[in-house]
Design a protein around this ligand. Structure first.
Ligand code: SF4
Length: 223
């Protein structure tokens, strides 16, 4: 089975539990229920994209994000939102739906300052301190734009008014790619062998959508 283009969310889901990944993304026999949080996240992303790209005023209830947008638009650089990037296995940029696309990322905000670029990712949930997604976006961006020497990136935690940042320089990329390629190889192996092992965690206690019918490790939520 051919592996589809790898995104950060897909890779992270696979690493959380290959079995759950298989059920929801490969066999698609289990549908993940939409939550209020994911729906709100989609609405916020669209409103911020429209504000940045088209100047559409933010809707009621999102006015508090306006100063953040103004700060981004005030930078002396081109600002873009929801930029889609795809790379082939040879690290060449390609179009999003290319059957040869190998990795892909949607960049919520790109402030293109030439050799030095700033990427931002809107977050509507609780603050977390990992920067895995930012690293993957920075790697893909630098592969697609050979002139870029440094990427500063941030998660913007909208609900908490907090920003957490990361930085990657061109000289850091070979090592970071080596690590990422090793992770992607495991996903690829699962597609090739069609082996999707369960990986138990707290999710098994009713949070995973698999249900007992699809996984013997699934248990109902504790009351
Ligand atoms: S119940 Fe646990 S082990 Fe089973 S698919 Fe879900 S997360 Fe994986």
């Amino acid at each position: 089975m051919k592996m589809p283009p790898v995104s950060h969310s897909g890779l992270s889901k696979f690493e959380t539990c290959p079995r759950q990944y298989y059920l929801t993304k490969v066999a698609k026999t289990v549908v993940e229920p939409a939550t209020v949080h994911t729906d709100w996240g989609n609405v916020v992303h669209k409103a911020l994209e429209d504000r940045i790209m088209r100047g559409t005023p933010l809707p009621e209830g999102m006015d508090q994000y306006e100063p953040i947008v103004l700060k981004l638009l005030g930078k002396r650089a081109t600002v873009a939102a929801e930029q889609k990037l795809a790379l082939t296995r040879n690290m060449e940029e390609t179009y999003w739906d290319d059957p040869d696309a190998w990795v892909r990322a949607i960049l919520d905000v790109v402030v293109d300052g030439g050799k030095s670029v700033y990427l931002a990712d809107w977050k509507t949930g609780k603050v977390k301190y990992d920067h895995d997604q930012l690293d993957m976006c920075s790697l893909i961006y630098m592969a697609a734009r050979p002139e870029v020497q440094k990427v500063k990136s941030s998660y913007i935690w909208l609900k908490f008014g907090k920003v957490t940042t990361d930085e990657m320089r061109r000289e850091d990329t070979p090592k970071a790619w080596e690590k990422l390629i090793g992770r992607i190889a495991k996903l690829e192996e699962a597609y090739e062998t069609d082996v999707w092992l369960p990986k138990t965690s707290g999710l098994c206690r009713g949070w995973c959508p698999a249900g007992r019918a699809n996984c013997p490790h699934w248990e109902p939520k504790r009351q």
